[in-house]
Design a protein around this ligand. Structure first.
Ligand SMILES: [Mg+2]
Length: 429
């Protein structure tokens, strides 16, 4: 058995595939999903790609094409996508607990401890199972390193006849063939920044890179380059990164549905985003020592303005109400009612675990305050867990709704909202 073995499992056109789960009529039609405020295309069905609609295409420039070609558009429905993603992770975790959730639609599995002789057949079965149980088409790449598994997964998705599965482990000819078919900028960790530099050195494909002397690769790209060469030749440098990594920060930001001069709209946005971030902190038993609020006008319009305020807490906090009050006060003191504000970001960082909070040398940390607020917030969190998010929330979040991004074309939240469940009608024979 190889020293290491990984599978990359990657959902095909993830957002579009989620939309199709409950809309059988969209199966072979061109479909696109749009970003926040219905700005640009962030996911395309195969049919939409064939029409020449590029990734990140601004939706307004393509309305004519969408209309003439019958392209179906959706606003992003992140609640639906998050729920489908969780179902897939749940299923994969049952196959092996050695899983790294890399993004909302991708996961690495470490296969070393599974006792399987035919990986190709195993991957075909996993793929069929995800399709059967969740309805999601995925591609699976298998290889000795994560970088190679990524490459295998990419070819599994695009090469006709592979049916979404490619195992290149232990097969040098096969590996070489697919590396030679992989453009250098498509190698994981190269991208648009390093791609041009490598091409200038005559490195055009993943195979060219794999053949570089490690020392030369290091001269070109630092230690990252040496690791890339190793990974492409089957020596594992990047292990599975499982949970347990301590989170460094939490950020929530929004572009407003429409630019605003009204303080009350901004206050509602700050309250809503801060409380979202704080409840995530609490779910991970963390406290923040620093909070930052950034309020900006549209950078594409003249007179760009940016308000940036940082607060340090002597007593670390996960209390959304307390943090909101501090941030709102800071913004109010510097607010300019002549600006048209476009976007707000909230960041919480310098995070510490609730469980190891210690008094500081000068007695500034108020442990009793943390205790009593955490009991109150636990009550709030348990009510919201039982009866739905936002059952108990701050009135400030309701001051205005007009900051909410526009999602005019959002599909129902089929799996997470009682009011939006799909309805099945049985016809009498
Ligand atoms: Mg994907």
């Amino acid at each position: 058995m190889a020293a290491s073995l990984f599978a990359l499992i990657d959902c095909d056109n993830f957002f579009v595939s989620c939309e199709r789960l409950f809309r059988a009529d969209l199966q072979s039609r061109p479909v696109v999903v749009l970003s926040s405020n219905d700005g640009c295309v962030v996911s395309r069905s195969k049919e939409a790609k064939a029409l020449g609609i590029p990734m990140a295409a601004p939706a307004y420039q393509y309305q004519q094409l969408f209309k003439s070609q019958g392209v179906v558009q959706f606003s992003a429905n992140f609640e639906l996508y998050g729920d489908i993603s969780e179902r897939i992770i749940h299923l994969l975790t049952a196959i092996t607990p050695r899983i790294e959730v890399y993004s909302v639609d991708e996961a690495f599995l470490s296969l070393n401890e599974l006792d399987i002789s035919d990986w190709q057949a195993w991957a075909v079965a996993v793929r069929a199972r995800v399709l059967q149980e969740v309805g999601m088409p995925v591609s699976i790449g298998i290889a000795e390193t994560k970088t190679l598994a990524k490459i295998a997964g990419e070819h599994a998705k695009h090469v006709a006849g592979l049916e979404g599965v490619l195992d290149i482990s232990g097969q040098l000819d096969r590996r070489r063939h697919y590396l030679s078919e992989t453009a250098i900028q498509d190698v994981w960790g190269i991208g648009r920044r390093l791609g041009p530099r490598l091409r200038a050195e005559g490195v055009y494909t993943a195979l060219d890179l794999a053949r570089l002397r490690p020392r030369y690769a290091q001269q070109l790209m630092g230690v990252h380059g040496r690791q890339l060469v190793a990974e492409l030749t089957g020596q594992c440098c990047h292990q599975l990164e499982q949970e347990g990594r301590v989170r460094q920060s939490i950020m929530h930001g929004r572009i407003f549905g429409e630019d605003t001069q009204q303080f009350v709209v901004i206050e509602a946005a700050i309250a809503s985003l801060t409380n979202k971030a704080a409840s995530r902190l609490r779910a991970e038993r963390l406290l923040a020592q620093t909070a930052v609020v950034q309020l900006t006008t549209n950078r594409h319009k003249p007179g760009y303005q940016r308000l940036n305020h940082r607060l340090n807490f002597q007593t670390p906090s996960a209390d959304g109400g307390y943090i909101t009050a501090q941030l709102v006060a800071a913004v109010k003191a510097n607010f300019n009612p002549h600006n048209w504000y476009h976007r707000v970001n909230i960041m919480l960082y310098d995070l510490v675990s609730q469980d190891v909070l210690q008094p500081d040398m000068f007695g500034n940390t108020n442990l009793e305050a943390v205790q009593s607020s955490s009991q109150r917030l636990q009550a709030v969190d348990s009510i919201n867990k039982r009866y739905g998010r936002q059952t108990v929330h701050y009135a400030a979040e309701d001051l205005s709704n007009s900051w909410q991004p526009k999602r005019l074309l959002r599909s129902p939240r089929y799996t997470t909202s009682w009011q939006e469940l799909p309805v099945v009608r049985l016809l009498k024979p």
